[in-house]
Design a protein around this ligand. Structure first.
Ligand SMILES: [Zn+2]
Length: 441
């Protein structure tokens, strides 16, 4: 039975996040983009899959379980071996007001539907990117591998001359997603418990086209290319979000990004969400062991897989090699001598420093030891009893200012400098899905 209260709640939520004008624009465009048969979306999904094949990666198709159940024949998922199907809620529901148990149950119900259709889901993205402090745990309790909810907004549309309408839309984006500023943050996956949290880049197709009304496709390409260049320069990850409903409009822009990313000089890892998460977990098990070599320094033993890239800075014997990233140079050997007098070539962290700081160093691939021996390490950190996202770039800057030898594992495998992937939230297949969604189905 259709639920009127859900309908009113949904309408209020939509008006709040899109605005009245946004809502009316949305209705008009829905009719253009969707049909009742689902063929338009089927075509978009097929083309996304083919692009994945062409560029040798698996795009993520992130779908509410009930939409998947309704249209699995149309999506013909069994032959879609080149898409990663991930969970986008049981229905397209706002997760922000939900407690832990409700979130666990929503994801579990969705996972059951996927599994009944013989699809094993590895990842989750909350509808409307509407996560809260419980979401990570809810994903973990359902034994998934990754979640992708945290948003980072990059320049580009902010530089544009914003009209009043656009200002309103920009505000709505911030109310809805509460994104962090990409330029002031480190945009990499994070290991939280057993889950890999993969950040997502904004502005996406919805913000650019529907909210900001940008019609000029070159401009969309330029905005996204700038994100690709910036994330590449900084060693970050760029997870593009492109809804299949706007795929026809943005196809060229996405293909342009894939072309650029695969240009060999850039060394960008073009890959899938599951592959990113698996790599991040593999990397989290890498270790360095340092053995004192009296009178010479320290022998470093790297415990890692063949995919690891080992980097060092201020290593006397390695100065002739070309820099890989900033002044970090690649070390080919898995065992090597670091001439460093009495200081271990890793980071000493005072016991009172925050646990978050240790997690950040681990995600960044730096070896560290918790100790109060201030003089025993290439760099010693003691002033961070609290540590947050706002402190991360400063800490990396301090490491890069240190005149002493430091070794680390690089963020990405096989000599790649940064990572790029595409994700596609398929909220609805047909116009009927949209109507059902307003009633919470
Ligand atoms: Zn969605």
């Amino acid at each position: 039975m259709l639920n009127i209260r859900r309908f009113v709640e949904r309408l209020v939520f939509t008006l709040k996040t899109k605005g009245v004008i946004g809502f009316i624009l949305r209705l008009a465009t829905l009719i253009k983009r969707f049909d009742f048969s689902g063929n338009k979306m089927k075509e978009a999904v097929l083309t996304i899959e083919q692009l994945g094949k062409k560029y040798k990666y698996r795009p993520a198709l992130i779908v509410p379980a009930l939409v998947l159940k309704r249209h699995h024949k149309l999506l013909n998922h069994s032959s879609h071996t080149n898409l990663e199907f991930a969970i986008h809620g049981y229905t397209h529901k706002n997760f922000k007001p939900l407690g832990l148990d409700e979130q666990v149950s929503e994801i579990r119900k969705a996972k059951d539907v996927f599994e009944q259709l013989q699809i094993h889901p590895y990842g989750f993205r909350a509808p409307y990117l509407s996560w809260n402090g419980h979401t990570g745990q809810a994903v973990q309790r359902n034994n998934l591998l990754w979640e992708s909810n945290e948003t980072f907004i990059w320049n580009g549309f902010k530089k544009s001359h914003l009209s009043k309408l656009r200002h309103f839309m920009e505000k709505a984006v911030h109310v809805l997603y509460n994104p962090l500023d990409g330029h002031k943050s480190v945009v990499i996956p994070r290991l939280q418990g057993g889950i890999v949290c993969i950040p997502i880049a904004l502005p996406d197709d919805e913000i650019l086209i529907d909210r900001l009304g940008i019609k000029d496709l070159d401009r969309i390409s330029r905005i996204w290319s700038e994100i690709l260049e910036t994330t590449h320069r900084r060693g970050d990850i760029f997870v593009l979000q492109l809804h299949p409903e706007r795929f026809a409009t943005c196809r060229e822009a996405m293909e342009g990004l894939l072309d650029k990313a695969l240009n060999s000089e850039r060394d960008i890892w073009v890959t899938g969400m599951k592959e990113v998460a698996q790599w991040w977990k593999e990397k989290s098990r890498f270790q360095f062991a340092f053995e004192a070599a009296p009178g010479k320094g320290w022998r470093a033993h790297c415990k890692c897989t063949d995919r690891a890239v080992i980097l060092g800075r201020n290593l006397p014997g390695k100065a002739s090699q070309a820099a890989f990233y900033r002044d970090y140079r690649v070390i080919e050997e898995r065992e090597f001598l670091v001439e460093s007098k009495n200081r271990k070539p890793c980071i000493g962290v005072h016991p009172q420093c925050s646990e978050t700081l240790l997690k950040f160093l681990a995600d960044e691939g730096f070896p560290y030891e918790v100790s109060d021996n201030e003089a025993g390490y290439s760099l010693f950190v003691k002033e961070h009893e609290t540590f947050g996202r706002e402190n991360e770039l400063d800490l990396l800057g301090r490491i890069e200012e240190s005149p002493n030898p430091i070794v680390r594992y690089w963020l990405w495998p096989d000599g790649k400098k940064s990572a790029f992937t595409t994700s596609h939230d398929l909220d609805c297949m047909t116009l009927t899905d949209f109507l059902l969604r307003l009633f919470g189905r």
